[in-house]
Design a protein around this ligand. Structure first.
Ligand SMILES: [Zn+2]
Length: 182
């Protein structure tokens, strides 16, 4: 039973590698990630200024580089995997942000933060509190719902964080699936 479940999981992980990395199948070893915010569900941002899907259109003919996960201002941000802090700083668009290196070419970036709780060079454990959700950079507009911008890259290529085992909920798709429900 246990072995069976495990082989299914490995198959799913290889599938994710196929989608995101094309020819690099086999070189990526996805391992489980944890939710970057402590919400019952990870809900993708949708508001008057746009939606937070990976690849969603942004001004200037660019695509959204990560996913926007709704969370209240000041709520804790967690490292999706263990690693090391390689950048902390402020950026015009990202606002206050930090980036982690998880090894093997895998990196995660957390943007629009209110605070950063770690310093460049620090080692972090999976799930460690590394900052808090804010509204800095492009997210400061009043019509933008507070959220965490999570960006993941592998070997320098952006990947959809939902392909790594995070379950992201889209309220629009949910409501059309179950009219009259919550
Ligand atoms: Zn974003």
């Amino acid at each position: 039973m246990r072995i069976q479940g495990r082989s299914v999981a490995v198959g799913a992980l290889l599938g994710a590698g196929l989608v995101v990395a094309g020819q690099q199948v086999g070189r990526i070893s996805w391992r489980p990630v944890v939710a970057p915010v402590e919400m019952a569900q990870l809900v993708i941002r949708r508001d008057a200024k746009g939606d937070g899907h990976f690849g969603a259109p942004r001004s200037g003919h660019v695509a959204h580089r990560g996913v926007d996960i709704e969370a209240p201002l000041g709520s804790p941000v967690r490292a999706i995997r263990s690693g090391r802090v390689i950048t902390t700083g402020r950026h015009r668009g990202r606002g206050l942000y930090l980036e982690l290196d998880h090894g093997r070419g895998l990196r995660s970036l957390y943007a629009h933060l209110q605070t950063v709780e770690v310093a460049t060079g620090d080692g972090v454990r999976q799930g460690q509190h590394i900052g808090t959700v804010g509204k800095t950079g492009n997210a400061r507009h009043p019509l933008i719902t507070p959220h965490l911008h999570l960006e993941v890259s592998s070997q320098g290529q952006l990947v959809d964080p939902s392909s790594m085992g995070l379950t992201l909920v889209d309220r629009l798709e949910e409501s059309s699936d179950a009219l009259g429900g919550n």
